[in-house]
Design a binder for this molecule. Structure first.
Ligand code: DGY
Length: 345
């Protein structure tokens, strides 16, 4: 029986090799790395596959899933899966898998790169050198903010919103900077309280006290616009916001206003509310550093993510429980059985 896997856009070789070794018939829909897929292209092609391997750039909604009654599973190459209607997938008997854990350390490293970049104005200083503007050393050149305790010996406060694997890895790194670490995540309160590195804080206290606020929750209805104009107004005028999670967690227009008016000192963003678009005025501010969603982008990490997605895809084909299934309750359900039967007809 053919084992057709539809990979929406080009993924690292490790994933494609694994699918080939498992005798899958693989179609990569989009090879141009700078182009996405239109909804029509995806709707048109999904019908011919057994398993779909999408990226976070493709909305996988109920209509798309309903259009294919024999789809056996979705194996997304990303840890975040807010682009997939998982409730609809479960209702329709479709297992959905993601790629957690392998990207935790790379993402935490990059969060720190972002934090350091905005606090010490690294990209602007680099541009200054590259454009040949450095004429003489001066005591006022590119003054930034201390990250470790500065000359006054006062420890800086790091506020971590979202204390899953990545939030915890960010905290681990912060201990090296001797920071006071506050964490807020209602679903992880017991974990935070048991973790000696961090102190539990309500969001309001965290925003009020932190010198750096870094965001790591998944995007859910609860976290959408968690950082809105009101939240930004509670932050210190010397504080920085870092977002390497999902863009819509921040109200980006409100952020532009807060950065423009000096309500907060700066922001480092790897993700955007309407990615790849940016809110009007954001790109020209000089107190932001901006990146194209690359927090997990190390060669080794992305290869592992692709291999994991492929492993999940093969499990979907075999009817086995995918190692990283996010809706495991689907297995054995009548609708899941019906899908598998349709395939064997
Ligand atoms: C994810 O995996 O969700 C990241 O945003 C991209 O690595």
């Amino acid at each position: 029986m053919p084992r057709k896997v539809l990979v929406t856009r080009r993924i690292p070789r490790a994933g494609l090799e694994l699918l080939a070794q498992a005798d899958c018939d693989v179609t990569v829909l989009q090879h141009d790395e700078e182009r996405g897929l239109s909804r029509q292209e995806l709707l048109h092609s999904v019908g011919g596959c057994d398993v779909l391997l999408p990226l976070l750039t493709e909305p996988i909604d109920r209509q798309l899933m309903e259009s294919h009654p024999a789809l056996l599973g979705i194996a997304q190459m990303a840890v975040g899966f807010d682009n997939i209607d998982v409730a609809a997938a479960t209702e329709l008997g479709i297992p959905v898998a993601n790629t957690p854990e392998v990207l935790t350390e790379a993402t935490a490293d990059f969060t720190w790169a972002m934090l350091m970049s905005v606090a010490r104005r690294v990209p602007a200083a680099h541009d200054y050198m590259q454009s040949g503007r450095y004429k003489i050393w001066g005591p006022n050149l590119f003054l930034g903010a201390d990250v470790g305790s500065g000359p006054d010996g006062v420890r800086k406060v790091l506020g971590i919103v979202g204390y899953g694997r990545i939030g915890e890895a960010v905290a681990r790194r912060a201990t090296g900077f001797d920071m006071e670490i506050l964490a807020h995540d209602p679903s992880k309160r017991a974990i935070i309280e048991a973790d000696e590195k961090v102190h539990w804080a309500e969001l309001e206290e965290l925003l009020r006290r932190a010198d750096f606020v870094t965001l790591h929750p998944p995007l859910t209805p609860r976290t959408r616009h968690l950082i809105d104009g009101d939240a930004l107004s509670r932050m210190k005028p010397t504080a920085f916001l870092i977002n390497a999670a999902r863009g819509p967690i921040v109200d980006e227009s409100a952020l532009v206003d807060a950065l423009r008016s000096g309500q907060i000192a700066g922001a480092a963003l790897d993700v955007y509310e309407d990615e790849p678009e940016m809110a009007s005025g954001l790109a020209v501010l000089d107190n932001v550093v901006l990146f194209p969603h690359i927090a997990s982008a190390t060669d080794a990490t992305r290869s592992r993510m692709a291999a994991m997605a492929a492993t999940n895809a093969v499990a979907h084909l075999e009817g086995e429980k995918a190692p990283n299934c996010v809706n495991p309750e689907v297995y054995g359900s009548p609708v899941w059985r019906q899908r598998r039967r349709r395939r064997s007809i």
